[in-house]
Design a protein around this ligand. Structure first.
Ligand code: ATP
Ligand code: RIB
Length: 301
C-alpha cells in the first residue's frame, strides 16, 4: 500500500525573475530565466516523497522531451510513476511563472496533456496503487478528481483536496474531501466573499468563511501568518516561523504534500499542520517549486 497517491498536473515551469510583477498592459524586463519541474501534482508528490512517504502519482504528459524530463524527475525522487499516461498528440503542461524580488509570483498555466487525464485513469490508479491518503488539486479535469476521490473513499483512503486554482465548478468537489486546503484568495472565491474582505482579515472572519464551504475540515493557509484549521467545533491557528522569502511558488504544494505524508504516518491533523507550515516556510526560502521542497530531516534540524 502507498502512503500518498497524488492525482494531478505535471508542468515545465519557465520561471522569470523580475524586479516587480508587471501591471496589466505593462512590459517589464526579466533578470533571469530558468526551466524547472513543476505542476501542482508533481510538486505535491515530490514534497510527500521528501517527507518520507511512499508516494505515487497519476497524471498525463505529452510524448515529448518535457514529459520524459518530468517523469525522470519523479523517478529520481522515488515517486511511483507507473500510472503516468503519455498522450501522443499532446504537449506536456507548461507554466509561465513570474517571480518578483519580494518573492511574490504570478502564474499562467497551459494545461495541455494535463487536461486529458480521465476518470478511468484516476480509478485505475486507485485500484493498482491503493493509498492511505488520496491528494488532488484542480489542474486536471473536475470529473477526474471526483472519480479519484470516490474510488479512494470506496477503498478506505482519506481524501485531501487542495482547491487550487480557484475554479467556478471546483465547489462541487468540496463534499468529496475529508480535508480541504486553500489559501485566502481561494477561500474568498469558494465562500463567494470579496477577496478584499479577506486580506489580513481576523481569524474569526476566515473561520466563518471556511464554515460556508460545507466541508468537514478546512485548512486555510495564510502565507507568513501560517495556517488556520477549521472544523465545525473550533478553529485553531498555527503561526509560521519568520523567514527570508526568496520565492513563494509551490509553498501551498509543499504544505499539502507534507500534510498528506504526515497524516499517512498517523499524526493528528493539528500536528500534521504544524509540520506542513514548517516545511512550506522552508520552501519559500529557496528558488523554484519542486526543487525547493525540503526533506524530513531538515524539519528536525
Ligand atoms: P503559492 O500559491 O505561492 O504556492 P499559496 O498561496 O498556496 O502559495 P500560502 O498561504 O502563501 O500558500 O503559503 C503556504 C504556506 O507557506 C504557509 O502556510 C506558510 O507555512 C508558508 N509561507 C508562505 N509565505 C510565507 C512567508 N512569507 N513566511 C513564512 N512562511 C510562508
Ligand atoms: O503551485 C505552483 C505550481 O502552479 C507551479 O509549479 C506551476 O506549474 C503551477 O502549476
Amino acid at each position: 500500500m502507498f502512503d500518498v497517491l497524488v492525482c494531478g498536473s505535471l508542468n515545465v515551469d519557465l520561471l522569470a525573475r523580475v524586479g516587480r510583477l508587471p501591471l496589466p498592459g505593462e512590459t517589464v524586463l526579466g533578470k533571469a530565466l530558468q526551466r524547472l519541474p513543476g505542476g501542482k501534482g508533481l510538486n505535491q508528490a515530490i514534497a510527500a516523497a521528501r517527507m518520507g512517504a511512499r508516494a505515487a502519482m497519476v497524471g498525463a504528459i505529452g510524448a515529448d522531451a518535457d514529459g520524459a524530463w518530468l517523469a525522470s524527475w519523479l523517478a529520481r525522487e522515488g515517486v511511483d510513476g507507473t500510472r503516468l499516461s503519455t498522450r501522443e498528440s499532446m504537449t506536456t503542461g507548461l507554466a509561465y511563472v513570474c517571480v518578483a524580488d519580494d518573492g511574490e509570483n504570478a502564474i499562467v498555466v497551459h494545461g495541455a496533456a494535463n487536461t486529458t487525464l480521465t476518470p478511468d485513469d484516476a480509478r485505475a490508479a486507485v485500484t493498482t496503487l491503493p493509498p492511505k491518503i488520496a491528494l488532488a488539486q484542480l489542474e486536471t479535469p473536475i470529473a477526474t478528481v471526483a472519480a479519484f476521490f470516490e474510488a479512494a473513499r470506496r477503498n478506505g483512503a482519506r481524501t485531501i483536496l487542495n482547491a487550487a486554482p480557484a475554479l467556478t465548478d471546483g465547489r462541487d468537489l468540496l463534499a468529496l474531501a475529508d480535508v480541504v486546503v486553500l489559501n485566502e484568495t481561494e477561500l474568498a472565491h469558494y465562500a463567494r466573499a470579496s477577496s478584499d474582505a479577506l486580506i489580513e482579515a481576523s481569524l474569526k472572519t476566515y473561520a466563518d468563511c471556511a464554515h460556508m464551504l460545507g466541508a468537514s475540515t478546512v485548512i486555510v493557509t495564510l502565507g507568513a501568518r501560517g495556517a488556520l484549521v477549521v472544523n465545525d467545533r473550533e478553529f485553531v491557528h498555527h503561526a509560521a516561523p519568520a523567514v527570508e522569502v526568496v520565492d513563494t511558488t509551490g509553498a501551498g504544494d509543499c504544505f499539502c504534500g507534507t500534510l498528506a505524508a504526515t497524516l499517512a504516518r498517523g499524526a493528528t491533523l493539528q500536528a500534521a499542520t504544524v509540520d506542513a507550515i514548517r516545511a512550506a516556510s522552508l520552501a519559500v526560502t529557496r528558488q523554484g517549486a519542486a526543487p525547493a521542497m525540503p526533506y524530513r530531516h531538515e524539519l528536525r534540524e
